[in-house]
Design a protein around this ligand. Sequence first.
Ligand SMILES: Nc1ncnc2c1ncn2[C@@H]1O[C@H](COP(=O)(O)OP(=O)(O)O)[C@@H](O)[C@H]1O
Ligand SMILES: [Mg+2]
Length: 256
Amino acid sequence: MIEIKNIHKQFGERVILDDITATMEAGKCNLIIGTSGSGKTVLTKCMVGLFEPDSGEILYDGVDMMKMEDEQRKLLRQQIGMLFQGTALFDSMTVEQNVTFPLDMFTKLSSSEKKKRVNEVLERVKLVDANARFPSEISGGMKKRVGIARAIVLNPKYLFCDEPNSGLDPQTSLVIDKLIQEITREFNTTTIVITHDMNSVMEIGDHIVYLHKGRKQWEGTNKDIIFSKDELLNNFIFASDFLQDAKQMRMMGHGK
Ligand SMILES: Nc1ncnc2c1ncn2[C@@H]1O[C@H](COP(=O)(O)OP(=O)(O)O)[C@@H](O)[C@H]1O
Ligand SMILES: [Mg+2]
C-alpha cells in the first residue's frame, strides 16, 4: 500500500500539486486519471522518487520514502516495476535481452537462472516463441507484453503503468488491461495505472483518483462513477453527449 499525504509541489511560482492525499491499495488497480496537464505524471514521479515534493509524505507500507536512508531507498527502487509510456523497449535488444536487463542490473543470478526467470515471465504475459525477436518485429500489443514482463521480472511489490494503452486498438487495450489486473491480483501488487482511457477506467478501476488542475477532485471506484454527481468528473468521463445521456438514463432507473 502507498499512502500519499498532503503532497505539495510547485515549479517556481506555479503550483502543480496542491495538497494531494490519496491511497493506493495492494492487490488493486489504482488509477490516476485527469486531463492532460492535471499533474498525473508529476505525482507519479514524486511517488517513484524522481521528483522531491515540497511538502507532504509518501508512505510505502507505512515508511516515508523521503525519510529513507539511501540504502533503503535503493531497496525500495528495486521493488518498483515500471511500464513506461510508449513502452520504451531497447530497440537493439531482443525480447529476451530486454526482459533480462533488470536481472543483469540488480541480481547476481547465473545465466541459466536468468533464462528460467525470463521464460517464466514471458509465459505469464503469454508471449511464446518471441524471445529472439526484436521490438521492430512484433506488434504493439506484444511490445506492451514485453514491457509488462520486464516490469515484473524482479517480482515488484509496486507496479506503475504509464498510459499502458496508448497506441493500441480498443480490443488489444482491453486484453492488456486484463493482464495488468490479473497480475495485480495474482501477486498482490500495489498497481498504479495512469490513464485517460474510459474503457480502462470502467474495466479495471478498482480505485480511482481523479486529478483536476493539480488538486484531487474525486476519489472512488468504477461503480461509484456511474452514480457520481461530480460535474467535473462526469464531463471528463462521459465526454460525449451520447454518454452523458446514457448516464442520465441509468441514474433515472431506465437502464438495464
Ligand atoms: N519539470 C517541470 N518543470 C516545470 N513544469 C513542469 C515540469 N513537469 C511538468 N510540469 C508542468 O506541470 C503540469 C502537470 O504536468 P504533468 O504532470 O505532466 O501532467 P499530466 O501527466 O497530467 O498530463 C503541467 O502544467 C506541466 O507543464
Ligand atoms: Mg503525463
